[in-house]
Design a protein around this ligand. Structure first.
Ligand SMILES: Nc1ncnc2c1ncn2[C@@H]1O[C@H](COP(=O)(O)OP(=O)(O)O)[C@@H](O)[C@H]1O
Ligand SMILES: [Mg+2]
Length: 262
């Protein structure tokens, strides 16, 4: 067995602070899991179950209250600077810089790395082409559709050649047809480029299309179910799998397992 590239050990995150509503509440509780290099893991759960908090712990944007987060053997919060270029993120909103053209948005990460201008523009153009955006290199974000802007975000994430891609509901704001096409391309690019990826979604269908492994979260972010999609080999089994994920996500499974209803 190879060492996991990502590991959570009994990780909890409790928010304290001015927001009285949230103070003292656990967003993540005793969360443990490992991810091996080259895996594409989908994390699915209802809104508010702590997915983004887990994501922020992983990306080094938050420190855990207790427990240990390790990425490539390091602490992503303490060693934040070391991870620049090693972890790339894609969010629901494209977070592009409106004053920069598509190609200069994609080149930005390489600019931070001090790559020479011609090299970084070549790499950026290449990634835009791979995402089907040839002819749009010099367009500004406002001139692009939502789907195209997310293509630019994905190109930007791949352009720095990271080890790990973290995605927090990147396609949730797009229509189903657009997101389905992008999902397929994303999976292909992750596989072709031997990346490790964690992809967060609230959609069961999206999770099923993406990952070979699906972690189903319940609040406060813990793994209520782990599914290997390869286990379902026909339509019936896939439908069953979908039903059991839905039951766990909504809490129905816990209710029927745990208590007798008269
Ligand atoms: N910075 C924060 N301060 C206080 N509470 C927060 C903060 N971020 C998230 N929360 C709370 O933690 C819980 C989980 O939120 P989040 O991780 O965003 O869930 P998800 O991404 O699954 O929708 C929610 O109850 C949310 O209100
Ligand atoms: Mg979220």
């Amino acid at each position: 067995m190879s060492e996991p590239i990502i590991s959570f050990r009994q990780v909890s995150k409790c928010f304290t602070g001015k927001d009285a509503r949230a103070a003292g509440q656990f967003a993540v509780k005793d969360l443990s899991f490992d991810v091996t290099a080259g895996e594409l893991v989908a994390v699915v759960g209802k809104t508010g179950c702590g997915k983004s908090t887990m994501f922020n712990l992983l990306a080094g944007l938050l420190a855990p209250t207790s427990g240990e987060v390790r990425v490539e053997g390091r602490d992503p919060f303490r060693d934040f600077a070391w991870f620049r270029g090693r972890i790339a993120v894609v969010f629901q909103g494209d977070r592009l810089m409106p004053w920069r053209s598509a190609v200069r948005n994609v080149a930005y990460g390489l600019e931070l790395h001090g790559k020479p201008k011609s090299e970084r523009l070549d790499v950026a153009r290449d990634w835009l082409h791979r995402l089907g955006l040839q002819g749009h290199e010099n367009d500004y974000p406002h001139a692009l559709s939502g789907g195209m802007r997310q293509r630019v975000s994905i190109a930007r994430a791949f352009a720095v050649n990271p080890d790990i891609l973290l995605c927090d509901e990147p396609f949730s704001a797009l229509d189903e047809l657009t997101s389905e096409g992008l999902r397929r391309e994303f999976v292909k690019l992750v596989r072709e480029n031997n990346k490790t990826s964690i992809f967060i979604t609230h959609s069961i269908n999206e999770a099923l299309q993406l990952g070979s492994r699906i972690l189903v979260f319940r609040p406060p972010a813990y793994i209520a179910l782990e599914v290997h999609t390869a286990q379902a080999t026909n339509d019936d089994e896939r439908a069953q799998l979908k039903q059991s994920i839905l039951a766990v996500m909504t809490g129905e499974a816990a209710a029927t397992d745990g208590e007798q209803r008269a």
